[in-house]
Write a protein that binds this ligand. Structure first.
Ligand SMILES: [Zn+2]
Length: 343
């Protein structure tokens, strides 16, 4: 299948994005506009040079540090209610234009509070922005996954959960918080620290995912499964090295949120041709193909599907099955609406 044919085929598929970070999905043009409006960027800097602060460049970026550096500039501007609302709207708009009909947007509210917003206000702004788009597009559904930082520890995660209970999906007509996640450096902050937070999230009726096995080995994924009872794992890349773990994930129906471009940029895999995605599928592990941070990675979800087809020779049937499986992994209250109710 040539590239044009492939893109035409992908355009016929409703896509579901279950792992997309708010601060890694902001339009560069919007940030550029804000940099001029609020702070003015480095004098003399043009838009193309500005983009290098936001987006991965294969020619010059090499490491996890380079990747994480791309999040500094956006945070300067996403501290105000109206900005957050606008960005959330634009993220939904961009997702829709890429063929996404179901979007879970994840956000760590704590990092958007430097101008005095509360956690709840950050989520409320995100919800309002998403809702404005969803109200005008009845075939588009979306929700929010709240992230707690691993480095802030389990108690802060519990405080965050209690603060944001009022933003849950069930209390609102269309868009709300559906899930809980932890992110940040894996190695010093093991999953066990968050056991009580995940118990609380479950009692609150929130779905649970965990960033795990991205920079660390499969042991961290085992710990996450045993201590936190998640329905999905963010990345879980290192599970590809552990047959028994893949059997466990398959047995329990725990999804892996697989993000190809992100995984090679952060060094979770050295070479995309060795990415464990085909092994996950062969082992019967449920997979949702996702982007992680489309702006930072200079990608889109449809491009990630193209990449998977290129790398692993997936057929149209394989890709349709993957898109449907991704959709069925959703945390949204009414579940997958794109592929019918069966399955
Ligand atoms: Zn992520």
């Amino acid at each position: 299948m040539n590239a044009t044919h492939r893109r035409e085929f992908l355009a016929t598929l409703p896509l579901a994005e279950l792992h997309r970070h708010f601060d890694g999905a902001i339009r560069p043009a919007t940030l550029w506009e804000m940099s001029e409006k609020y702070y003015s960027a480095v004098p003399g800097l043009d838009f193309e040079a500005f983009r290098h602060y936001l987006q991965w460049d294969d020619a010059q970026d090499r490491s996890l540090i380079d990747y994480l550096d791309k999040f500094h500039v956006p945070l300067q501007y996403t501290q105000f209610y109206d900005t957050i609302k606008r960005v959330a709207y634009e993220i939904a708009e961009d997702a829709y234009a890429d063929g996404i009909r179901l979007l879970e947007l994840r956000i760590n509210p704590l990092i958007h509070r430097r101008a005095g917003l509360s956690n709840r206000q950050v989520l409320n702004a995100t919800r309002k922005g998403l809702m404005r788009f969803a109200d005008a597009h009845p075939d588009f559904r979306c929700g929010i996954v709240v992230i707690a930082m691993r480095s802030h520890g389990g108690n802060m995660a519990k405080i965050l959960l209690r603060e944001i209970v009022g933003e849950k999906e069930q209390y609102h007509s269309r868009v709300g918080v559906v899930g809980f996640d932890i992110a940040g450096p894996e190695s010093p902050f093991p999953p066990v620290l968050f056991r009580e937070a995940y118990e609380l999230a479950a009692r609150m009726g929130l779905h649970r995912t965990v960033h795990a096995g991205e920079s660390e080995g499969p042991g961290r994924i085992w710990e996450a499964l045993d201590n936190l009872g998640p329905q999905r794992i963010g990345h879980g890349t290192s599970a590809g090295r552990d047959q028994e773990l893949m059997r466990r994930l398959a047995r329990d129906g725990v999804y892996l949120e697989v993000c190809l471009s992100s995984n090679v940029q952060t060094g979770a895999v050295a070479d995309l041709r060795d990415h464990p995605l085909p092994r996950f599928l062969d082992a019967g592990v449920k997979v949702a193909l996702c982007t992680d941070n489309p702006t930072v990675s200079s990608t889109t979800l449809s491009r990630e599907y193209e990449l998977a087809m290129d790398l692993f020779g997936l057929t149209e049937d394989d890709v349709r099955a993957l898109a449907e499986m991704s959709c069925r992994g959703t945390f949204l209250g009414e579940g997958c609406h794109c592929y019918g109710s069966a399955g």
